[in-house]
Design a protein around this ligand. Structure first.
Ligand code: AMP
Ligand code: GLY
Length: 419
């Protein structure tokens, strides 16, 4: 099969690596890909948001399957357009992807179908939000932009002044553009967080092994929220009993709710959960594989990923066995100096071999370019240094030994992933 992967980050590199293991794949393309991905697949210079460009390329090159990985092309309807053109695509339609692209939609869905989540109110007027927050007078309080914001549209305000700043940033300065036209104000929940990615064909749901992201930029969960600074799998807090409860109270009800709403979800549905003292609750849904969760989940997959993708597309996931390894996996993200705020690009990366790898670990490239025989930084999150191990400690020790060998000016990473 000829497969085209859409996207160009660490998640897409992990997907490309897993697809390369499949004997069914004869040719792999990635649009636009990145420096590291170019060592494993043919990168084509088409932006992940160029829907007509992707459809045209897929037709001309007789692509058998397109894997749309990032949130924005899914929300913009890339899968719908590929399907109209008769091209098989993995990922939800735009209507189904709204479960991620509108927090207002997903919160209202959860309320309507009694899926456990934080209590909330929706606002489109900045002064009304502030009146509400002042009258509630309970902190911390959580303020979320309605739309997509690169994982950075959530602000946890510790007092009224911080809430004022948050509302100004999101609704008036429009830091996240139209995503901030509406906000959700939410009750603050506490407890360990778990990411569960699940394959679903709209009929059944098969959760993958669990994982844990580390969203804050700095050690000790300090600093700004980022796209994710590192991950581990499995998530030690996610016991088989909790998994069973989540299946009953969250996973199946969500699949059912999307069908009832006429938006059957096919693809990978990501459940961002918090294990509160009142039971597991949904913090967010994503309509796609997580980044950097994918980097620790897919290395543990033993079944041919192509078989699973086809079972989802053809709605016969129920009959598809999915096997996972018992090993643990850890990923440490090396980021550009300044990330998640302004950072420089084009800094030479030292310590990688010609294939962008380091012995003993797998380096997933997130923001790199390959130019004149060298790798350079080209994004906020640059590399995801990843390792499997018999135990989590072993996986972490291996991943950090990889990090020690890699250098670029300004590089920063968390020292406490999985701790
Ligand atoms: P989200 O993008 O919705 O996943 O939010 C980003 C991060 O903000 C989450 O991973 C949580 O750590 C935190 N967060 C979001 N909503 C809440 C909430 N209601 N209570 C506490 N923390 C939250
Ligand atoms: N790691 C969180 C996300 O992919 O949204």
């Amino acid at each position: 099969m000829k497969i085209l992967v859409i996207g160009g980050g660490g998640r897409e590199h992990a997907i490309v690596r897993k697809l390369l293991e499949s004997p069914r794949v004869s040719k792999l393309y990635c649009a636009p890909g990145n420096g590291g991905i170019s060592k494993d697949a043919e990168c084509v210079p088409i932006s992940a948001m160029d829907i007509p460009g992707v459809v045209k390329f897929a037709k001309e090159n007789e692509i058998d399957l397109v894997f749309v990985a990032p949130d924005d092309p899914l929300a913009a309807g890339m899968v719908d357009e590929l399907q109209k053109a008769g091209i098989r695509a993995f990922g939800p339609t735009a209507k189904a992807a709204e479960i991620e692209s509108s927090k207002v939609f997903s919160k209202n869905l959860m309320k309507k179908y009694h899926i456990p989540t934080a209590a909330y109110e929706v606002f489109d007027d900045p002064s009304k939000v502030l009146n509400y927050i002042a009258s509630r007078n309970t902190y911390p309080t959580v303020i979320k932009a309605d739309g997509l914001a690169l994982g950075k549209g959530v602000i946890i305000a510790e007092n009224y002044e911080e809430a004022q700043d948050a509302v100004k940033t999101i609704m008036e300065d429009k830091k996240f553009g139209a995503s901030g036209n509406r906000v959700v104000v939410e009750e603050f929940l506490t407890g360990p967080e778990v990411s569960v990615l699940a394959f679903t064909d709209g009929k059944c749901v098969k959760p993958m092994v669990s994982s844990k992201d580390h969203k804050r930029a700095l050690d000790g969960n300090r600093g700004l929220n980022t796209g994710g600074m590192g991950t581990i799998s499995p998530n030690p807090f996610y016991t088989p009993e909790i998994a069973e409860e989540c299946m009953k109270t969250i996973f199946l009800p969500t699949i059912h709710a999307m069908n009832q709403e006429g938006r059957p979800f096919k693809g990978c549905l990501y459940f961002g959960l918090m294990l509160t003292k009142d039971g597991p609750k949904v913090i967010e849904y994503n309509s796609r594989f997580g980044d950097p969760e994918t980097q620790v989940v897919l290395p543990r997959l033993k079944t041919d990923l192509v078989d699973i993708l086809e079972a989802v597309i053809d709605e016969r996931l129920e009959q598809q066995d999915i096997e996972w390894s018992n090993e643990a996996c850890a990923c440490v993200v090396m980021a550009s100096g300044g990330y998640p705020e302004a950072y420089k690009k084009g800094i030479e990366i030292h310590g990688l071999n010609a294939d962008g790898q380091v012995d003993g670990v797998t380096v997933f490239h997130a923001g790199t370019v390959w130019k004149d025989g060298k790798f350079y930084t080209n994004g906020g999150r640059v590399l995801g240094v990843t390792a499997l191990g018999k135990t989590l400690d072993e996986a972490l020790a291996r991943a950090y030994s990889g990090v020690d060998k890699i250098h670029f000016d300004g590089a920063h990473y968390r020292h406490d992933i999985g701790k």
